[in-house]
Design a protein around this ligand. Structure first.
Ligand code: 4AD
Ligand code: MG
Length: 441
């Protein structure tokens, strides 16, 4: 029998008590007759203290023999310590070894530096380190908070298929597979399907994995990523921007509320996230272009932005760096945007769309738009984009039977994790990243 079981995240509730932890040895320091083992249990890490005089020689030698990632059951007394990162330390009384990692075949991820290829090759083990665990906990909260926002605001979750007969976001990034002799594709976005559920149910969302055969290496692109997408009947562009603003604010609030300790592990300044409050600035593509033009003329940007072109990565970085909160860029030229976007009645060369760019240079986290609601216009856009009409017949039906204005957006979870955790690359934002040249482990 053991003293009561506790977790490191809630260790503060047990100050002064003797408790049991089940976990792993993360690291150990020795100093003369003292051992300082650091344990982790999935909820956090805590430093133990073992003075030689405080335990039997047998227990002391057993703890001393521990190798990194050996699994253990630890008993000890919780003591508050202001200098400790978690605020507490453990006066270790006993350690039972569940499995001792062999010294001949030690845990490959030591607390020293490793190259990124080595770490990605050992992702199944790398995720045990405090930083990676903190990121995965924050990711889970972002996903939960995102669903919670829609679930508590009258949206019905309707999940679209993953296997699809047609493209949503352009034909150049499709993963094709053989569907009993016919070509099929992994979904790039649930949007087209949730437009139909929105016309059935009013306010809906979908949440699931999406796929893009991204053939370039960047810090922002995965080939498999998770997207959450709301779609709302009767909603227009301004309302869509209000929705994106309230949604993001809610998610950031939850991360701040629940993850102060994890943000500290990541070295993430919470003040930067506390600034994420509505209203977010809203600027048109034309205004964003003017900003870039001025920046180029002032020597703050290496290359000029051509009016009419999409923004490149350095352009997005520059724009988002001008604000301390996400900026919503709306009304891009329709020419390089998706076929389904509603033209702006004030200037039909522009689309009623919005990209939300995260601050600190993180760039696009949300892309969305009002959808074309006219049958004839949608049909001609499908033709202009050389998309197969037959595959879109059902989608055109939505414009035949009670068409209404409607709008929605998609937010990539990994982009948001990268931003809130202040990471350099999306590969650390998901348990097992899928990229151009990695599908192992
Ligand atoms: O801007 P995108 O392509 O928009 C759509 O797919 C719309 N159909 C969504 C909608 O209106 N319902 O993608 C939406 C978001 C991007 O803003 C980005 O956050 C993320 O999905 N995203 C990616 N994340 C990681 N890796 C990639 N390769 C991504 N491509 C898009
Ligand atoms: Mg986009």
């Amino acid at each position: 029998t053991h003293p009561p079981l506790a977790t490191i995240a809630s260790i503060g509730q047990h100050e002064g008590q003797t408790i049991t932890l089940r976990g792993w040895l993360y690291n150990m320091r020795e100093s003369g007759k003292l051992l300082f083992p650091i344990f982790r249990d999935g909820t956090g890490t805590i430093q133990g203290i073992v003075p030689k005089a405080a335990v039997t020689p047998e227990v002391f030698d057993r703890i001393k023999s521990l190798t990194q990632e050996s699994s253990v059951i630890v008993t000890g007394k919780v003591r508050a310590d202001k200098r400790a990162p978690s605020g507490y330390e453990l006066d270790v009384e006993n350690v039972e070894i569940v499995q001792l990692v062999s010294e001949a075949d030690p845990f490959p991820i030591t607390p020293k530096e490793h190259g990124i290829d080595f770490l990605m090759e050992h992702r199944h083990l790398w995720m045990r380190t405090p930083r990676q665990s903190a990121i995965l906990r924050i990711r889970a909260t972002i996903m939960r908070a995102a669903q919670e926002y829609f679930d508590t605001n009258g949206f019905v979750r309707t999940d679209p298929p993953i296997l699809t007969p047609a493209a949503c976001e352009g034909t150049s990034t499709l993963f094709e597979l053989d569907y009993f002799g016919d070509p099929a594709y992994l979904t790039q976005s649930g949007q087209l399907y949730i437009e139909s559920t929105a016309l059935a149910l009013g306010k809906v969302y979908s949440f699931g994995p999406t796929f893009r055969a991204e053939k370039s290496k960047t810090r922002r692109h995965l080939t498999e990523f998770w997207m959450i997408e709301p779609e709302v009947a009767w909603l227009e562009l301004d309302g869509l921007m209000d929705l994106a603003e309230a949604f993001i604010t809610h998610i950031v609030g939850r991360v701040l509320e629940l993850h102060q300790a994890d943000l500290k592990v990541l070295g993430r300044d919470p003040a930067k996230l506390e600034a994420i409050k509505a209203p977010f600035p809203r600027i048109s593509y034309d205004e964003a272009h003017a900003m870039l033009d001025e920046a180029y003329k002032a020597g703050k940007l290496e290359n000029p932005h051509q009016y009419g072109d999409d923004f490149g990565s350095p352009d997005e970085t520059y724009i988002s760096n001008q604000f301390d909160r996400p900026v919503m860029v709306h009304r891009y030229p329709a020419a390089f945007k998706a076929f389904y976007m509603q033209p702006d009645p004030a200037d039909p060369t522009k689309a009623l769309c919005v990209d939300v760019l995260a601050p600190e240079g993180y760039g696009e986290i949300i892309g969305g738009s009002q959808r074309i609601d006219s049958y004839d216009l949608l049909k001609s856009r499908i033709e202009e984009h050389n998309l197969p009409l037959e595959a879109f017949a059902w989608y055109l039906d939505l414009r035949k039977y009670g068409s209404v204005p409607h709008a929605g957006f998609g937010m990539g979870i990994e982009r948001v994790v990268g931003w809130l955790c202040n990471l350099d690359h999306v590969r650390e934002t998901i348990p097992f990243a899928r990229t151009l040249n990695r599908i192992y482990p």
